[in-house]
Design a protein around this ligand. Sequence first.
Ligand code: SF4
Ligand code: SF4
Length: 228
Amino acid sequence: MIRDEDILTIDAPSLTAGERLFLPAILGGMKTTLRHMFALKQRRTVQYPEEKRKLRVENYRGVHRLNRDHDGRVACVACYMCSTACPAHCIHIEAGESPWPDREKYPVKFDIDELRCIYCGMCEEACPVDAIELTPDYSLVGRTRDEMILGKEELLAVFDATRQIKPRKDPHITGYPNSGRPEAGRVDAVLSGTAAEAQDHAARDGDTAAGGAAKAEHGGGPGGDGSA
Ligand code: SF4
Ligand code: SF4
């Protein structure tokens, strides 16, 4: 039971004559509006999709990707940390015995339901080998719910399409070589040519994984985890 002496009575503050007219608040709001109208250098409107916003590559949380290791294999070790941490329960993994001697398991199946995802970033925080990351690509579209569920090959293809603008972090736990950091110019140029870079990269490496960007923008395109 609450004692009388624990109850606080708070009276509403009395308004001054000016506040009763709401003029100071109206003028304050108009001042903010006018400041934004004439601050041309701080223009925030972009003509999307012809013009795309420049985003911070390092921490923008867009479409997921599954990273490859230095041998081109899927870096995931199927530990389930990301799916355990995911508050939206949108990561589904099926683990299998690894065909490689340097790890016990690898993901036979790895799906992310991008429609259920709330893009909180918990999965990439939880991953012990930095195998899953969110990218600065926000242009994921699909005509059906199924198209919005990205499988392993599509997530690997997103990595292929974005690794030039966001190299994989140095995963100390595995001792993989340092993959470097994005150059300043590349950071500024994010999203200005993701698909084109994917094509360039695919052409250089002779793989067909550039479909990741295409999937991210148009919905479709296989990659490969090097296990075949
Ligand atoms: S960003 Fe958040 S909601 Fe989306 S898959 Fe990762 S942990 Fe789940
Ligand atoms: S993506 Fe990372 S956290 Fe998720 S299962 Fe693979 S290794 Fe574990």
